[in-house]
Design a protein around this ligand. Sequence first.
Ligand SMILES: [Zn+2]
Length: 251
Amino acid sequence: MAEVIFLGTASALPTLTQENSYLVLSGDEHATLVDCAGSPYRQLLQAELDLRRLDSLILTHFHPDHVYGLPALLIALWLTGRSAPLHLHATAEVLASAQRLIALFQPEKWPGMLTLHPHVIPDKPGAAVLANSDFEIMAAPVRHIIPTIGLRVVNRRSGAALAYSSDTEPCAAVSLLAGQASLLIHEASGATMGHSTAEQAGRIAQEAGAERLVLTHYDSAETPPAILQREARKTFTGPIHVAQDIDRFTW
Ligand SMILES: [Zn+2]
């Protein structure tokens, strides 16, 4: 079974009940984190994810609200005695920044620290990210304030696809990633530069022929879930969910 579990759903400003946006893709044998904010170990416990399956992490861009949990994840895994390696996937620039962030904590001095294997995601549409027995993941540059990628994740057992916009203005790249997808996860931060409204997310889902739309990365004080639902309904005819932390969806 392939599940996506929302570990955080807030836009850049977290709330009492929402961490910043990140999620985990959980398959039968492998799990992949997408971004790493908040308190990742605690949220993964809440999600009841078997950490032995967590073998890869994809960073979509290097804004603080998407990456600041990375050192905390590493020390937590170290404290649990984890020795299996972790594969870190990002575009070259993001990978270099993440490695600088990690290096500040001198992990080479932590006895028995797991090995991080870096993998560069080419900065082009349809870039291959990773493939294992559960998932085949590809990326495409989207339109945010800094270089950012969106993802398409194919469940290799069913052939169904999930797409994730990451942070972006409405753009053709997300429509392509979301083509006939079973599930489109789209941000709904609002009408600010580099972001999208729920109505725009709905339009992308509709044009792409996605079956379901899940909104994330939203400011619940400014636009409560009921309002986001209503906005997205103007443009999308399929089922709409507004994600809360630890919500899970299969695809
Ligand atoms: Zn963000």
